[in-house]
Design a binder for this molecule. Structure first.
Ligand SMILES: Cc1cc2nc3c(=O)[nH]c(=O)nc-3n(C[C@H](O)[C@H](O)[C@H](O)COP(=O)(O)O)c2cc1C
Length: 263
């Protein structure tokens, strides 16, 4: 049996969970290939191949999915009636209705949804909304996220269906909230800027999923295609990227390695 896991991860949480899926499946002698949906060529060629199951993972952004994941769900191809699908979100809150929406998208394409789950992870946007995760809470969240991932895999292997019940109304509410957020994205992205400490290493520029950053007159400039994934803020090696001119504590430090950033 072999499967493929498609993910988007701004700051490492969703990829961290994807890595857990890969290693837990490996313990059961099942191959799972991980594909970042930012890599459109890889997505295109993988979609043509036969897999026994697929997994889609995404962070929650203002009650909904980042555009990059919506585009992927629109483009993903039908395989065959027996292809099973697991969908999961990671979010700063306890749970999210977003996997219900992801499941519906894949169901329309003919996939058989066998798990729909939201996994609580550290909040990477705490400087705008929610609480800043401390070291202890991060450790606790990672331990329970790993446990939940194991639970999903074991049930999948035993042919049990795991659907966390969520209301359609909450999905609709998230969609409305996200549409408001989408319109204010260009304005909100103006909250991001770099300080004198920037050493022009180019990490933010080459790793931005939107190719939205350039260097002009010796400064990193953030343009209007930003999706506010927060990657640039959390990956800067000298922590020179601020939000509303505030220095940010890079709480994703121990998780971000999972992204295997370009250097
Ligand atoms: C712009 C933005 C909006 C967010 N909105 C929510 C939200 O509505 N609910 C929530 O629980 N977490 C929210 N979060 C937190 C992220 O969903 C969470 O930290 C996620 O695990 C990040 O995953 P990643 O590291 O793979 O990008 C938001 C994060 C960002 C950057």
């Amino acid at each position: 049996m072999k499967g493929v896991l498609y993910y988007f991860s701004g700051t490492g949480n969703t990829k961290w969970v994807a890595d857990k899926f890969e290693s837990i499946f490996k313990d059961h002698n099942i191959d799972l290939k991980l594909i970042n949906v930012e890599d459109k060529e890889k997505v295109k060629s993988e979609c043509l191949k036969k897999n026994d199951f697929i997994i889609v993972g995404s962070p929650v952004h203002t009650g909904f999915l980042p555009k990059i994941v919506c585009n992927f769900l629109d483009d993903v191809k039908f395989q065959n009636r027996n292809t099973k699908a697991i969908v999961y979100s990671t979010q700063g809150g306890k749970s999210s209705p977003i996997p219900l929406f992801m499941g519906k998208c894949l169901k329309k394409k003919g996939y058989k949804i066998v798990a729909q789950s939201s996994i609580e992870m550290p909040n990477n946007y705490y400087f705008s909304i929610g609480r800043k995760p401390d070291k202890h809470s991060i450790e606790k969240l990672l331990a329970s996220a790993e446990k939940k991932t194991k639970y999903i895999v074991e049930n999948f292997i035993n042919n049990n269906v795991i659907i966390e019940s969520k209301s359609e109304m909450k999905v609709l509410f998230g969609k409305i909230l996200f549409n408001i957020f989408k319109k204010s994205m260009p304005k909100l992205s103006k909250n991001i800027s770099s300080t004198e400490q920037c050493n022009k290493c180019g990490m933010c520029l080459i790793n931005c999923p939107q190719n939205n950053i350039t260097f002009e007159n010796g400064h990193a400039v953030f343009h209007s295609k930003c999706i506010l994934c927060m990657r640039c803020i959390h990956i800067c090696p000298v922590n020179a990227i601020t939000y509303k001119n505030e220095k940010i504590i890079q709480t994703q430090k121990y998780i971000i390695d999972s992204l295997k950033l370009k250097k």
